[in-house]
Design a protein around this ligand. Structure first.
Ligand code: NAI
Ligand code: MG
Length: 359
């Protein structure tokens, strides 16, 4: 299979974990005779340094011509002075919006060897296997007006706005994903207070008629945030709007341990998607070959599955991650007492060895 993949390493540990991702993809293409074409683009702080723009047109063009996009991470102290009006994160917000990536997926599952890396009890997390689907291009983060008002700017306004199509497309995506999993969908809103949430609930109820095999429940966001740490195994797919999803997905990511383990996918209606680890650019460990590459590597598995339909290849990557962890190899962020602590490159080597054995 021939595919063009845009590679956006970004800042901090972004380039280090991206190098691992590309090596893993090369191993997969060698094993299965795929033709993956990698083309690199600038984003974030690296792009600001080069051309003063966190998302240059050349990068946007590259992404528009690609079958999928891999992103490392953006940002760092160098670009964070409050006086800075051009910031690396603007590149991230803009690429999602420009490419119309409206559904952000964050799977969270328990890895047996890492169960003690979580701050929660083993009994609470051992059966967790959930997927958060967050609406990514609407709601409070994009609503206008968003501004300061008054003579002394003593008033601040943000706007939570959704149109019905924006809700339908993300809810429909979540139903489709639930159908392929354990067939349970939890829609999270604040329908006791917000008009946009009442419309959200109407849409979920209407679309549920198309998915009679999927069990649907509604949950208020405050209650959902409690249930996520109280009994997380009750959830299969959770769908929610942008702000709630931002908060709940960070909460959910901590259920099973380290930020460095977690992948994400941002999708639209066709097969094109953007895949990135959940973590940021980790400036404290950048350039030291210490970063956990698994969040990025698992993002590659999501790309193979969702954008290319290569389920077998994706499973082989996921199984390799499992095997390497089971063999006791891990990076320092996991704070494990047992096993062998290794560098970023060594961890990637182990994954590649396992892929080569597994095929
Ligand atoms: P962060 O995720 O970069 O780091 C938080 C902590 O987790 C740090 O101690 C870091 O060393 C550790 N960590 C993160 N990923 C790791 C990995 N793969 N392996 C080992 N340890 C890892 O979040 P922080 O420190 O709040 O932000 C740093 C920069 O990253 C900021 O400029 C922020 O804006 C940016 N950021 C970018 C994101 C993105 O590109 N999607 C997401 C979150 C933050
Ligand atoms: Mg967040």
């Amino acid at each position: 299979m021939k595919k063009r993949i845009a590679i956006l390493p970004g800042d901090g540990i972004g380039p280090e974990v991206m190098q691992g991702a590309v090596r893993v993809l090369q191993a997969i293409s060698d094993c299965f005779q795929h033709d993956f074409i990698f083309e690199e683009g600038l984003i974030g702080g690296a792009a600001i340094d080069e051309c003063g723009n966190p998302l240059p047109d050349t990068t946007l063009d590259l992404c528009s011509k690609s079958d999928a996009i891999l992103l490392g991470a953006v940002g760092g102290p160098k670009w964070e002075a409050t006086s800075q009006t051009i910031r690396p994160e603007q590149g991230l917000l803009r690429i999602r919006k420009e490419l119309g990536l409206f559904a952000n997926l964050r799977p969270v599952c328990a890895y047996e060897p890492l169960i003690h890396a979580s701050t929660l009890k083993k009994e609470v997390i051992e059966h967790v296997d959930l997927l958060i689907v967050r609406e990514l291009t609407g709601g409070l983060y994009f609503g206008k007006p968003s501004e300061r008002r008054g003579d002394n700017k003593e008033l601040a306004v943000d706007t939570l706005v959704y149109n019905i199509q924006e809700i339908e497309r993300v809810v429909d995506k979540a139903f489709q994903l639930a159908r392929k999993r354990r067939k349970k969908l939890t829609s999270v809103d604040k329908a006791n207070v917000l008009e946009s949430s009442r419309m959200w609930r109407e849409v979920v109820n209407r679309l549920s008629a198309n998915y009679p095999d999927v069990q649907v429940e509604h949950m208020l966001v405050d209650s959902a945030s409690m249930q996520l740490i109280y009994r997380p195994e009750q959830f299969d797919v959770i769908v929610t709007e942008n702000l709630f999803g931002d908060i709940l997905s960070d909460e959910a990511s901590m259920i099973t341990g380290s930020l460095g383990m977690l992948p994400s996918a941002s999708l639209r209606s066709d097969a094109v998607g953007l895949y990135e680890p959940v973590h940021g650019s980790a400036p404290d460990i950048a350039g030291k070959n210490l970063a956990n590459p698994l969040g990025m590597v698992l993002s590659v598995a999501l790309m193979l599955k969702f954008s290319f339909g290569l389920d077998k290849e994706a499973s082989i990557i996921e199984e390799s991650v499992m095997k390497v962890l089971n063999d006791g190899f891990h990076t320092g962020d996991l704070h494990l007492q047992q096993g062998t602590r290794v560098s970023t490159t060594k961890m990637v080597n182990k994954i590649i060895d396992s892929i080569n054995e597994n095929q």
